[in-house]
Design a protein around this ligand. Structure first.
Ligand code: PMP
Length: 291
């Protein structure tokens, strides 16, 4: 990924992609003092850009550091970079981290760096599999108790268990893993939230120890517009056999139907398909403007 062409916005400047480098003694690398975002641009507009940059600021606040650019400056930098990269549909990755000025757990005086990269990233899951519904394993690792980790921050450190879980699932031929939380309740996938369908209503876990995704909130709004009931509640894994449909939501994953979770089977149906269609319409600026 470090050999692409184009530019990266790096601490206020546009630098050639291949030259956007950091030192090996970067605090963020050693101690995970880093927060990031994931966004998608559709038709030249970054969907819910300001909400993502607000969350980036919040994530850093939770980790005890301040991003040295305002939300407006980050919005402007992202839009300018999208133009300079020349993409209309693309993935946007802002990241903020503590630099290499200080080593050790304490790094109060390290510089807070910010970079934004934009590249063309197609479907997060295999497109053919996505239509049939992807297969999920159930992860061994659980989402931590919010008293154990800063669950509301999109912090790089929290992704350690996600990468381990996703790799373990992939090794067994699955596309991703469902993670339970520390209580054993259904939580989310390794990079996306989860929804289920039962008797025409949507059921989704309460996001009290994982991200309340921007896509999750968008899909809840779309579902309500269609008149579907949305129930946010505790979902235990042994209930999975009672649901007819299941799908994931995320800025990268968009709306992705799920066909299997361990021993449980689902069939992408009308509700998943309608919400997939509604989401495509919602994110696309032409359709959004016409409403
Ligand atoms: N949970 C995790 C662990 C994620 O990485 C993501 C993607 N950011 C989500 C949920 C969904 O969040 P969003 O819809 O805001 O992209």
């Amino acid at each position: 990924f470090d050999q692409l062409d184009g530019e990266i916005w790096f601490n206020g400047e546009f630098v050639p992609w291949k030259e956007a480098k950091i030192h090996v003694l970067t605090h963020g690398l050693h101690y995970a003092s880093a927060v990031f975002e994931g966004e998608r641009a559709y038709g030249g507009r970054i969907f819910k850009l300001t909400e993502h940059n607000q969350r980036l600021h919040q994530s850093a606040d939770i980790l005890g550091f301040k991003i040295p650019y305002t939300i407006e400056e980050l919005d402007e930098a992202s839009n300018e970079l999208l133009k300079r990269q020349g993409f209309s549909d693309a993935y946007v990755r802002p990241i903020a981290w503590r630099g290499s000025e200080q080593m050790g757990v304490s790094a109060q005086n390290s510089r807070i760096n910010v970079a934004i990269a934009i590249w063309q990233w197609g479907s997060y899951f295999d497109p053919a599999e996505k239509l049939r519904g992807i297969r999920l394993d159930i992860a061994d690792y659980r989402r931590p108790d919010p008293r154990t980790a800063p669950a509301k921050s999109k912090a790089a450190g929290l992704y350690m268990i996600c990468t381990i879980s996703k790799h373990a699932a992939e090794a067994k031929g699955y596309a991703d893993a469902l993670m339970l939380d520390w209580r054993g309740q259904v939580a989310e996938a390794t990079g996306a939230n989860i929804f289920f369908v039962k008797d025409g209503a949507l059921h989704t876990p309460i996001p009290d120890c994982f991200l309340d995704g921007i896509t999750r909130r968008t899909v809840i709004e779309l579902a309500k517009r269609r008149g579907y009931q949305v129930v946010e509640r505790v979902i235990m894994p042994d209930e999975l056999s009672t649901f007819s449909e299941c799908f994931l939501t995320g800025s990268a994953a968009e709306v992705t139907p799920v066909s299997e979770i361990g021993p449980y089977r689902f069939k992408p149906g009308t509700i998943s398909e309608n919400l997939m269609k509604d989401y495509v319409k919602e994110v696309h600026p032409v359709a959004a403007a016409a409403e």
